[in-house]
Design a protein around this ligand. Structure first.
Ligand code: SF4
Ligand code: SF4
Length: 520
C-alpha cells in the first residue's frame, strides 16, 4: 500500500454521506503559476495592486459574455440536492466542496458587486466584499473541482458548477493568479507541440520502437507513422499515449486496428497532442489556439479524416467545440464524422465484421468500465443517444469474455470522477486526488468483491494516470487500470503483410523506399 502523509479514507460497502467538517481542505492549493508560464498564454505574471478592480472588470465581462453564468448565480434555491453528489465532498467532508458551497464562493461576490440588493444590503443577501482572503479561498476551492459536472445531473435547475469553476479560473488567470500545472503545460504545447514537451525526433524514435516491439510480439509489421503527407486519417491523441502505461498499450491497439482496416494514417509532430488544457482554465482564446494546431496539421498533411484517441476532455473539446474553435472542416471527407472517436471507429469495423478477435487472450482478466466524466456528461459518441456509454462497452465485450458493470448509481451519466480531472492531476494536489477518488474506488472494490473483477478499463488519459497513482493508496495494484484499446490489442488477430516474412535488413530497405515514396 502506498504511504500517505494524510489520512486515506476507509472504503465503505455503501456510499456514506459524511458529517460536515469545515475547512478540512482549506490548506489544499496548487502551486501558483510564474511569469514564464503566464506570459505565453497572454496573462499577467503576478498579482497587481489593483487586482480587485481588474478581477471585477473581468467578472463583469464574463457575465455579459456567458448568460449561463448569470443564470447559474441567480437561480440556486438552496434545495440541497447537489450537496452529497461531489466526490470531493464525499472524500474530504469539507462543506466548501459541496457544489452549492463552491458556487457560493462566487455567488457572494456576484451579489455584492452585480446586484442591487447586494450593493445596498449586503448582509441581508449573503453578499461579501472581494477581499484577498476571499480570493485565496477561490484559488483553493476552485482548484478542488474537477469540472466533472456530476452535480449538474442532480440539480433541478441544471446549474453547472464546472462552468462556474472555469469562470473563476479565468478571472484568476486574468489578474496573474494562474495555476502552474495547467499553464506550464499549455505553454509547452505552444512551444513544442505537446503537453510533455516531447520533440519530433523523440516521437519518431518512440514510434519506431513501437513498430519493432509489435513485430517482435506478433511477426506482423504494423506501422506507426508520423508526418505522413496524404494519409487518409490524422490521429490526434494525448501525448501520454506515446510513453505512459497503460496509455501506450492503447496506442499500440489503435495501430493494429488501422492495420486491419487497411487505412493509411498518421500522427502529426506539429499537433502531437489531443489534450486541450485551455478548457480547464476556462480560456476560450487558449482553447482556440490549441485547437487551431489540429486544423493546420490536417491541412498540411492533406488528410481526409480526423480520429481522436482515448482522452476524455480532448473528446469533449473535439466533439462539442471543434467546429466553433477551428472549423469549418469542409476540406475533409464529408462521409465521416468530424471528429470521430477511436472507439467509434473500432466499433464500426466490429459491426461490419472486419475485425477478428481471439477473446481468450483477455481471459486472465475480469473487466469493468469506468465512464470518464467528459465523455459521459459532456459529449456523445456515434449516432445514437447514449453511444458514449454503449460503444466502449460493446468494444470491450467484443474482445473480452468476462465483463461486469459497477453499481448503476456510479456509472454512465452518474459516473464518479477519477479525482484527477479538470487540471488537478498534479502531485501538489495528491491528498485531494486520493480523497476525491474514494467513491469510484469504493464502487470498484465492491465489484471486485462481488463479481471477481480484476481490471478496470478507461478511455481517458487523465483517468488512467490518476488511477495508476491513487489505486495503491487503497491497497490496489496500479496495473488494474487498463486502456480499452489495450484489450483490443491483446485480442485482435492480425493479418500478415507482404513484407512480414522478409529478412530484417531487406525489410528495412523496403521501408526506407516506402518512406521515400510517401514523401513524394
Ligand atoms: S463539477 Fe464535479 S468536482 Fe465540481 S463541484 Fe460538481 S461534482 Fe464536484
Ligand atoms: S441542487 Fe441546484 S438549486 Fe439545489 S442547492 Fe444545488 S445548485 Fe442549488
Amino acid at each position: 500500500m502506498a504511504k500517505a502523509n494524510f489520512e486515506v479514507p476507509e472504503l465503505q460497502q455503501y456510499l456514506e454521506v459524511p458529517a460536515v467538517t469545515p475547512s478540512t481542505m482549506a490548506h489544499s492549493s496548487p502551486f501558483v503559476s510564474r511569469l514564464e508560464f503566464q506570459e505565453p498564454l497572454g496573462f499577467p505574471g503576478e498579482l497587481a495592486d489593483d487586482w480587485q478592480a481588474r478581477a471585477l472588470d473581468k467578472f463583469g465581462e464574463l457575465l455579459g459574455k456567458y448568460r449561463s453564468l448569470r443564470v447559474y448565480l441567480d437561480s440556486c434555491v438552496k434545495c440541497g440536492s447537489c450537496t452529497d453528489k461531489c466526490h470531493y465532498f464525499l472524500g474530504t467532508k469539507d462543506p466548501k466542496n459541496m457544489p452549492v458551497g463552491r458556487q457560493d464562493l462566487m455567488r457572494k461576490v456576484y451579489r455584492r458587486y452585480f446586484t442591487l440588493a447586494g450593493r445596498f444590503f449586503p448582509k441581508l443577501v449573503g453578499a461579501e466584499d472581494f477581499t484577498k482572503e476571499v480570493l485565496d479561498d477561490w484559488y483553493s476551492y476552485f482548484h478542488q473541482c474537477s469540472q466533472c459536472r456530476r452535480c449538474s445531473v442532480f440539480c433541478p435547475y441544471g446549474i453547472d458548477t464546472a462552468e462556474i469553476s472555469m469562470a473563476a479560473r479565468e478571472i484568476m488567470d486574468s489578474i496573474g493568479m494562474g495555476q502552474k500545472y495547467c499553464n506550464e503545460i499549455i505553454a509547452k504545447v505552444y512551444k513544442i507541440g505537446n503537453n510533455l514537451g516531447l520533440p519530433g525526433p523523440a516521437l519518431l524514435d518512440t514510434l519506431e520502437g513501437l513498430e519493432e516491439d509489435v513485430y517482435d510480439d506478433t511477426g506482423v509489421r504494423v506501422r506507426y507513422p508520423i508526418d505522413k503527407v496524404g494519409a487518409e486519417i490524422l490521429l490526434v491523441t494525448p501525448s501520454a499515449d506515446f510513453f505512459a502505461e497503460p496509455h501506450v498499450d492503447g496506442l499500440i491497439g489503435y495501430g493494429k486496428v488501422f492495420h486491419e482496416a487497411g487505412v493509411s494514417w498518421t500522427i502529426s509532430s506539429y499537433a502531437s497532442e489531443g489534450a486541450n488544457f485551455g478548457m480547464f482554465i476556462g480560456s476560450y482564446e487558449n482553447m482556440r489556439r490549441i485547437a487551431q494546431r489540429i486544423r493546420k496539421a490536417a491541412i498540411d498533411l492533406k488528410v481526409k479524416r480526423i480520429v481522436f484517441g482515448e482522452c476524455g476532455h480532448a473528446w469533449r473539446v473535439a466533439y462539442s467545440f471543434l467546429n466553433t474553435l477551428a472549423g469549418p472542416w469542409d476540406f475533409l471527407d464529408s462521409r465521416y464524422p468530424v471528429p470521430q472517436h477511436i472507439c467509434e471507429f473500432t466499433h464500426g469495423l466490429i459491426q461490419e465484421g472486419k475485425l477478428t478477435f481471439d477473446k481468450s487472450q483477455n481471459d486472465d482478466k475480469v473487466l469493468t468500465f469506468h465512464d470518464s466524466c467528459n465523455v459521459a456528461r459532456a459529449s456523445r459518441m456515434g449516432d445514437r443517444p447514449g453511444g458514449q456509454f454503449d460503444i466502449p462497452r460493446a468494444v470491450i465485450k467484443a474482445v473480452c469474455n468476462n465483463y461486469y458493470d459497477m453499481d448503476e448509481e456510479t456509472i454512465r451519466d452518474r459516473t464518479f470522477c477519477c479525482g484527477g480531472g479538470g487540471g488537478l492531476l498534479t502531485d501538489d494536489l495528491m491528498e485531494l486526488r486520493v480523497k476525491g477518488a474514494k467513491p469510484r474506488v469504493e464502487a470498484l472494490n465492491n465489484v471486485m468483491a462481488e463479481k471477481g473483477v480484476t481490471h478496470m478499463a478507461a478511455i481517458c488519459a487523465i483517468c488512467k494516470s490518476q488511477f495508476t497513482k491513487v489505486l495503491p493508496f487503497y491497497g490496489m495494484d496500479m496495473e488494474q487500470i487498463v486502456s480499452v484499446h489495450q484489450l483490443v490489442s491483446n485480442a485482435i488477430v492480425l493479418t500478415p503483410g507482404e513484407d512480414d516474412e522478409e529478412p530484417e535488413d531487406e525489410d528495412d530497405e523496403n521501408r526506407d523506399a516506402e518512406d521515400d515514396d510517401d514523401e513524394d
